[in-house]
Design a protein around this ligand. Structure first.
Ligand SMILES: Cc1cc2nc3c(=O)[nH]c(=O)nc-3n(C[C@H](O)[C@H](O)[C@H](O)COP(=O)(O)O)c2cc1C
Length: 298
């Protein structure tokens, strides 16, 4: 979904008059009329579902209690999902994990220094530093696969070690690699170039509601969730675990970015439609769950 479509749907569902929509969005009367007819069905669907949204939080917490659960797909003997999603593109090697020679900083000091950082210097990250950040949050130290189960073990915990969180990078300033969108392969410890250039970066910036730090960061980590990897084992309760798993990754990333003389700001305020579209995700089988802007300290 593009930004204009999102704006139209948002304004319409929030009671703006046509006149106000034209003022806010800069759309012409003709454009608005076109949208009225093209988006009629989507608008009707949103309006019909909005009452459900009113109490979705408490309902979610209640209805994912064990007493409400059916047998999970794993308990029903359904085929196991893969631990990693296949992605294609140009492979980019990363320095091996553990090669970074950085100033030792104690865990206590790292924790004490951690703050959200939203202003960065123009300095680039080295590939070793990037490799270290990926090692801390996403790298798979072990991978086991058989017919019944496929599983990775990482430096962050995950319910059932399902590790449903995948990592993309929006690279702006990393020495030795082109700018653009990459996927991180946690077993091969390499990057896969998904899309090069400024076009994709602009979409990500807009998807993150034009928050300045996203444009200024050396790299933005974009985490996606693949819910079935966890829900195959835990049913709908698995959705609780996606967000918990993402939180662990975020904190490791925060501490790791402090340790390299940088800083990080986690981002939960983003347009789901815009970011999912930028990463070519359907928003159900896989969706953006968390973003982190990272750069060196000024
Ligand atoms: C789940 C989550 C979402 C957040 N989303 C944003 C965001 O979209 N934009 C932003 O500037 N900061 C965001 N933050 C950072 C918080 O604003 C920040 O952690 C908080 O103000 C406390 O400051 P501190 O991290 O420096 O201790 C987010 C933090 C978390 C944990």
């Amino acid at each position: 979904m593009d930004a204009k479509t999102f704006d139209y749907l948002y304004y319409k569902t929030h009671g703006y008059t046509d006149e106000q929509i034209r003022q806010e969005s800069g759309m012409s009367a003709d454009e608005l009329e076109l949208m009225d007819s093209a988006l009629k069905h989507i608008l009707a669907e949103i309006e019909a579902e909005r009452p459900k949204a009113k109490n979705i939080g408490p309902d979610f917490v209640k209805l994912t209690r064990y007493v409400y659960a059916d047998k999970s797909d794993q308990q029903l003997g359904m085929p196991r999902p893969d631990a990693i999603k296949a992605r294609s593109g140009e492979l980019v090697a990363l320095p091996a994990v553990g090669t970074l020679d950085f100033k030792d900083i104690s865990l206590q000091e790292t924790i004490a220094k951690r703050r959200s950082l939203r202003e960065y210097s123009d300095e680039s990250l080295s590939l070793e530093e990037l490799s270290f950040l990926l090692y801390c949050g996403s790298w798979a130290r072990d991978f086991r696969s058989n017919e019944r189960m496929e599983i990775t073990f990482r430096n962050v915990p995950s319910a059932g070690s399902r590790h449903p969180i995948e990592c993309f990078l929006d690279v702006h300033r990393v020495n030795g690699i082109k700018n653009g969108l990459y996927y991180y392969h946690p077993i091969k410890h390499c990057l896969i170039l998904i899309e090069e250039g400024a076009g994709i970066q602009q979409k990500i910036f807009e998807g993150c509601l034009r928050q300045e730090m996203v444009g200024k960061a050396a790299v933005n980590f974009i985490y996606t969730a693949v819910p079935y990897r966890t829900c195959w084992r835990y049913g709908q309760r698995g959705y609780r675990y996606l967000y918990l798993d993402a939180g662990h990754i975020g904190q490791n990333l925060h501490l790791a970015s402090e340790a390299i003389g940088g800083g990080c700001c986690m981002i939960g305020a983003f347009l789901d439609e815009g970011l999912n579209a930028a990463l070519d995700l359907d928003g159900y089988e896989e969706f953006v769950i968390y973003v982190a802007a990272i750069g060196k300290r000024k």
